[in-house]
Design a protein. Structure first.
Length: 217
């Protein structure tokens, strides 16, 4: 092979390097969360906060409630126990009930019932009425805890779920810590009925957030 033929061989020629083509990811806007979605998430976590705080806030005022409704020392514990029992019962049932009635209807109806039974507890005249009303309040309030977790997991993209779960964890840990303080102060200032009326303002805010978020979507 001659020198000319050697240099004419294509296999020996230097290859031309082409710069890599950088393409934008197709899902670059997939992690964008709308304002209405954050409304739904914050409203759901607020509901979980109310459901948890109603355990401790009543325990701190139990002595005043017992005296007002004529309950004995041993019987007054049922005011808190009835709430906890129904709350524990409804939590594992919430997944099935949400599929039956849809999450929208299930959450909005139980939020309204939770507020209604909260007001009714403030007007209870005896131990039996208080136990029954607290049981219904716990049944409606127990829905708010798993519903908040479900909304965070289903409505937020994977990259934003840690933020939603952090809000959920904050509500679950902050409510028991601040509940006795708020309950004692409200009872000493305005009476034990105020601990049940306290749910109305944040509950109405939560209900409005959920309605706006659902209507927008």
């Amino acid at each position: 092979m001659s020198v000319a033929e050697l240099f004419d061989d294509h296999s020996l020629r230097p290859r031309q390097l082409t710069p890599p083509v950088i393409t934008a990811p197709a899902n670059q806007n997939a992690d964008t969360v709308s304002f209405t979605t954050w409304l739904a998430v914050t409203g759901a976590t607020l509901g979980a906060f109310l459901a948890v705080i109603n355990i401790q806030i009543v325990n701190s005022s139990l002595a005043d409630i017992q005296g007002a409704i004529g309950a004995g020392i041993d019987d007054g514990g049922w005011v808190s126990t009835s709430y906890l029992i129904t709350e524990i019962i409804v939590i594992p049932l919430s997944g099935w009930l949400a599929r039956v009635f849809s999450m929208r209807i299930y959450l909005l109806v139980n939020t309204a019932l939770f507020l209604a039974f909260s007001v009714a507890c403030a007007f209870a005249g005896n131990l039996t009425e208080m136990i029954i009303l607290r049981a219904f309040q716990g049944f409606a309030g127990g829905v708010l805890i798993p519903a908040a977790f479900t909304i965070i997991v289903t409505m937020l993209p994977r990259s934003k779920q840690p933020v939603g779960l952090a809000l959920f964890a904050l509500s679950a840990t902050f409510a028991p810590a601040i509940g006795p303080t708020i309950g004692g102060w409200l009872t000493a200032t305005w009476g034990w009925q105020a601990i049940f009326f306290l749910n109305l303002v944040p509950g109405a805010v939560m209900l409005a957030q959920q309605c706006v978020a659902e209507d927008s979507q």
